[in-house]
Design a protein around this ligand. Structure first.
Ligand code: NAD
Length: 334
């Protein structure tokens, strides 16, 4: 069992606290630290744990820290943890700037300590259910729409919401982004609240992503179109659908699911429709447990610090494309 300390016990930190307790075979919770001392004391009393007087004191007492503080503080807190010889789980996005992220990558390599980034959608049952379904998308469509909530508006919707889909798209497309086009509007806050980005990968695949935090409804969908399959992931409902084309008599036709014959201009085919399910999971508990397993087995983190960097770098490119696009748009008030 690894000794763990939780840093930041705000909205998401309290959820992490419960998940650390659930991951009892992986972690022994030593205590918490929050710069809001009164909050830390209250939470420590409620959850029967210890509120440490300083960040340094908690880092010195544990082997792993779980960082759930505002993004603007990730760099300083993760740096202190790595310098204190601790493995790190840090909520997404990794840092505010690429320079900070690069410095942390450097530090983690020199210290030999693991850093896992909280791109929690990797552990969404809809995605996990794909299992060994071959994924090689030509076109990806992602929609992440949320109703307005002032929490998180200190950063643009790209870093707040779209970054989840950027990590998924980078993982699924498995290639480098050659070109970025984007447009966005600041509707209620001072940074873009709704953004659309079109990414073209080196291999020609295209991803079209929309993220909004000023929507009237919530939606989190990713759809993949490929040569012989259509894959639909509903990350909110945690459901997936896989529609695949097979040749009649194919030996790899899955047993579960439904199949229909179809005449096509290329001859007869079988359409196979499946709704694979991975069963209910607690994604935060699972991501925390996966870090413990990586530490134990001495293997890379499931969502590595380099993955966190790639998502952040792409988010930055999209933010620059939005700014360029805005500079070209005529100002309706002038
Ligand atoms: P929050 O404001 O509710 O809580 C942050 C807590 O950190 C507060 O209690 C604050 O007092 C404390 N804090 C601030 N600076 C600190 C410091 N230097 N040292 C110790 N404690 C400090 O924020 P939140 O909504 O819980 O978000 C926290 C992080 O989680 C952010 O990085 C956010 O992007 C991320 N987040 C991720 C998801 C997800 O889906 N993975 C969802 C929401 C938030």
């Amino acid at each position: 069992m690894l000794k763990i300390g939780l840093i930041g016990v705000g909205h998401l930190g309290k959820i992490h606290l419960k998940c650390i307790r659930l991951a009892r075979e992986a972690y022994d919770l030593v205590g918490i630290y929050d710069s809001d001392k009164e909050l830390a004391k209250r939470v420590a009393d409620d959850y029967h744990t210890t509120a440490f007087p300083s960040l340094e004191a908690l880092i010195a007492a544990v082997e792993v820290v779980d960082v759930v503080t505002p993004t603007s503080t990730h760099f300083a807190v993760v740096k202190a943890a790595l310098e204190g010889d601790s493995h790190v789980f840090v909520e997404k996005p990794l840092t505010e700037t690429l320079d900070e992220a690069r410095e942390l990558i450097d530090l983690s390599r020199r210290s030999g300590k693991l850093v896992q980034v909280g791109h929690v959608e990797r552990f969404n049952p809809a995605l996990l259910a794909l299992g060994d379904v071959p994924v090689q998308p030509y076109f990806i469509e992602a929609h992440r729409l949320a109703m307005f909530n002032p929490r998180g508006t200190d950063v643009s919707v790209i870093l707040d919401l779209m970054i989840h889909d950027l990590d998924i798209v980078l993982k699924l497309a498995n290639d480098e982004v050659a070109e970025v086009r984007a447009s966005g509007v600041a509707v209620l806050s001072n940074t873009p609240d709704i953004v659309n980005a079109r990414l073209e990968f080196r291999n020609g695949a295209v991803a079209n992503l929309t993220a909004s935090r000023v929507s009237l409804k919530n939606m989190r969908k990713v759809r993949l179109f490929q040569r012989d399959a259509y894959i639909s992931l509903d990350l909110l409902e945690k459901e997936s659908q896989v529609v695949r084309l097979f040749n009649p008599g194919a030996t790899d036709l899955p047993e579960q699911g439904q199949q229909f014959p179809l005449e096509t201009p290329r001859g007869p085919r079988i359409i196979h429709v499946d709704q694979p399910a991975s069963g209910p999971v607690n994604a935060i508990q699972m991501e925390l447990e996966s870090l413990a397993a990586s530490i134990r087995d001495n293997r890379p983190a499931a969502v590595s610090i380099e993955d966190g960097y790639r998502a952040l770098e792409l988010a930055q490119r999209i933010a620059e494309a939005v700014a360029e696009n805005q500079a070209r748009m005529p100002d309706p008030l002038s």
